[in-house]
Design a protein around this ligand. Structure first.
Ligand code: ADP
Length: 239
């Protein structure tokens, strides 16, 4: 695979406690995949492995065609990531936060400004750019984080439960933004969630439970005659 995301036979244990067991998942270049799993399924552990916060000798991960073990810097340079815990500076404005990140990525003033404007436009945040993060609600803070993750033009965007803690309106706005991003940009997206109502029937869906991938397909096919929510409950209770 020349770009996209390839996870091959990846396992990880915290001490003697397995968190992931032989997980394999391919997301084609420009494709979108929702990674659904209840709490404790292993989603954050998988994200930690994909971003090299932790490493495992078991299995292989390729990001945009770069092997994460053999060429970690090249692989990581192609990732945009939104972690579960917010990492914005509350006392800086939206634009200042993005500028700081752009500088870390080695982007110069003019180029950085253009990238920041484009990312803010994409998340409908351009008119808030002078506001301090502290003054924003949770939904707008999340949008800022997603905009920040796009500035260096990644090939793969990883989002770890980006709607956690948001009210219903912000949750649905962020969910729509993520789907739009997938449709508009040639971005490979892996989006972890534990909420079935954030998954659309036409979405590619992978279900993780107790560290194992138990389903991988189109959401409506996985749901079958049931609602996805009922099907998910049945699968995760039975597995
Ligand atoms: P999820 O993100 O789907 O909620 P996690 O990846 O956080 O799942 O957790 C997967 C499993 O690994 C759980 O059983 C959790 O208790 C365990 N776990 C997660 N982080 C640690 C850690 N730092 N030390 C020990 N066990 C952990």
């Amino acid at each position: 695979m020349s770009s996209g995301l390839s996870i091959r036979d990846v396992s990880f244990a915290y001490g003697s406690r397995p968190a992931l067991t032989s997980v394999s998942l391919d997301v084609a270049p420009g494709a979108f995949c929702a990674l659904l799993g209840p709490n404790g399924a292993g989603k954050s552990t998988l994200f930690a492995l994909l971003t090299r916060l932790i490493t495992t000798p078991a299995g292989q991960i390729e990001i945009a065609g770069h092997d994460l073990r053999a060429g970690p810097r090249k692989a990581l340079a192609r990732i945009g990531v939104v972690f579960q815990q917010p990492t914005l500076d509350l006392d800086l404005s939206v634009r200042q936060n993005l500028r700081y990140f752009a500088a870390l990525q080695g982007l110069s003033g003019k180029q950085a400004s253009a990238r920041i404007d484009a990312a803010l436009d994409r998340l409908s945040m351009r008119d808030r750019d002078r506001e301090k993060i502290r003054a924003l609600n949770g939904g707008h803070r999340r949008r800022t984080e997603i905009a920040r993750a796009l500035i260096h033009d990644p090939a793969v965007l990883l989002l770890d439960e980006p709607t956690v803690g948001l009210d219903a309106a912000s949750r649905s706005a962020i969910t729509a933004h993520i789907h739009d991003l997938a449709a508009e940009k040639a971005l490979t997206i892996l989006w972890a969630t534990h909420l079935t109502d954030e998954v659309r029937p036409s979405d590619r869906l992978a279900i993780l439970h107790r560290g194992r991938l138990i389903e991988d397909g189109i959401a409506s096919d996985i749901a079958g005659a049931a609602s996805l929510s009922d099907r998910f409950l049945t699968l995760t209770e039975a597995a």
